[in-house]
Design a protein around this ligand. Structure first.
Ligand code: GDD
Ligand code: GTP
Length: 413
């Protein structure tokens, strides 16, 4: 039976996800009506015999307690726990540190999923592919445009066997447009390889007060360079290429296209979870998620790619598309919201516009370029107030701001 691990990272990272990460840890930010990592769990729940999911990261324990309670209710057959690293141990450090916990019950395989990716997680297909070769790891791969490939782990594979010949993490020059999606299936024998890799890093390891080996600060064990690269050299790494969607979630703005992709997916798999046009209801275009507690005026028009959170109020004549509206937001009549994220408890006045532009796919890391804010999704942090009849265009607004006049291309602090 397999187990699964989701690498959730910790609070010191995810700075590019500000200002939203000031109020919610990135793995719990809602897209298409549920936290980012709920999409991972939904995919894992479909794997036969998978009973245990471990979230590994360095957030406080309390951060995930509510989430874990909700997940336990939704998936009574899954045992989901959070294991906390005492400090950031790197992408493979937590795997090694919690090896006894992971290997308890003798699983044959472990899925490892990055929290900050969105895709349709073809885990069952990966498992099938894995069972058809002699490798220790199957890595999910996807093709991205040449110009952006170097921001990822790049793979050169033999087309007939999918054997990975080279793995290079964020190379300086172009190597391949086939990249790692941050989703892996490992044989448990991988723990021997981690051990070997540690021995190569000797001198960087010390013993803690419990007699366990730990890495000296600043010497993290990296899944990519310390494990995948030697695995490829040893011809034990295989790729499974997905042709379906895949995105990274780094900046706050990247949540908007990701929201759209997951909503589109729902439209084809579970359309009953999405809003429908009903007589006397608001006009719905394409894929729209509305929380059951939200109140939408029948004269509003929403969609495509819109998620509306709990207790949101949307007034008459409001137009929203390609946006995420978080809990308790109040949008007054005739306001227009395009390519934006509106933070918790914010208020948008009547006839105001909050708008951004959709970021280019896979190119969403920089917030500014040459000192100017790049054209992107507009983000209002928590409890922002936008007065009546003003325009907020291509801005990132920090929490608790009162916007009394229009602004454009600004980071409002
Ligand atoms: N538990 C834990 N501890 N998790 C961590 C740590 C750590 O010390 N450091 C990072 N993570 C988690 C992050 O939360 C994220 O989910 C994942 O590990 C990878 O994050 P990064 O280290 O920021 O790497 P990256 O996203 O720039 O690149 C990685 O992912 C790409 C796919 O999204 C690499 O694996 C690339 O090769 C890959 O293409
Ligand atoms: P994520 O969105 O979670 O990936 O965080 P980030 O990397 O986007 O945060 P930021 O852009 O602030 O990056 C901080 C820098 O610290 C990056 O260049 C990372 O390479 C580096 N870094 C690498 N590993 C770690 C880690 O474990 N903890 C922290 N705090 N920083 C790290």
């Amino acid at each position: 039976h397999p187990k699964a691990i989701i690498l959730v990272g910790g609070p010191s990272r995810g700075t590019r996800f500000r200002p939203l990460s000031l109020n919610v840890p990135k793995p719990l930010f809602p897209v298409a009506g549920k936290p980012i990592i709920s999409h991972h769990i939904a995919a894992l729940s479909k794997i036969e015999d998978l009973k245990e999911i471990l979230l590994i990261g360095f957030f406080e324990d309390s951060v995930f307690s509510q989430f874990l309670q909700d997940a336990a209710r939704e998936y009574p057959n899954l045992h989901i726990r959070y294991l906390r690293e005492y400090q950031s141990l790197g992408t493979a450090g937590g795997l090694y540190h919690f090896r006894d916990e992971i290997l308890r019950g003798n699983p044959e395989q472990v899925f490892v999923l990055h929290a900050d990716v969105a895709c349709d997680f073809p885990l069952i297909q990966m498992k099938k592919a894995h069972e058809g070769h002699r490798g220790l790891c199957t890595i999910l791969g996807t093709k991205v445009p040449r110009e952006v490939a170097n921001n990822f782990g790049c793979l050169v594979a033999k087309p007939d066997t999918n054997e990975v010949l080279h793995y290079v993490e964020k190379p300086e020059s172009f190597i391949s447009d086939l990249i790692s999606c941050g989703v892996y299936l490992f044989d448990c024998a991988i723990f021997d390889e981690i051990r070997k890799s540690l021995e190569n890093k000797k001198g960087n390891v010390e013993t803690d007060i419990y007699g366990r080996e730990v890495f000296q600060d600043g010497n993290k064990l990296r899944l990519e360079q310390d494990l995948l690269r030697p695995l490829a050299q040893a011809r034990k790494l295989f790729v499974y290429e997905t042709k379906s969607f895949w995105r990274q979630i780094k900046t706050a703005g990247s949540a908007v296209p990701v929201n759209g992709l997951y909503l589109e997916q729902l439209l084809s798999t579970n359309p009953e979870k999405l809003a429908k046009n009903t007589p006397g209801g608001p006009e719905i275009v394409g894929a729209v998620y509305i929380h059951p507690t939200a109140q939408i005026d029948p004269k509003a028009k929403l969609g495509p790619n819109v998620s509306i959170g709990p207790n949101v109020f949307v007034g008459k004549g409001v137009r929203i598309r390609d946006s995420i509206i978080l809990d308790n937001v109040d949008i007054k009549q005739n306001a227009c919201i395009l390519h934006a994220i509106v933070g918790w408890n914010s208020k948008v006045g009547c006839w105001s516009r909050v708008e951004g532009t959709l970021p280019a796919a896979h190119n969403s890391t920089a917030v500014t370029k040459n000192g100017l804010k790049v054209q992107s999704v507009t983000i209002l942090g928590k409890e922002v107030t936008v007065k009546d009849e003003i325009v907020i265009r291509n801005c990132i607004v920090l929490p608790h701001k009162d916007l009394k006049q229009s602004c454009e291309n600004e980071i409002v602090m």
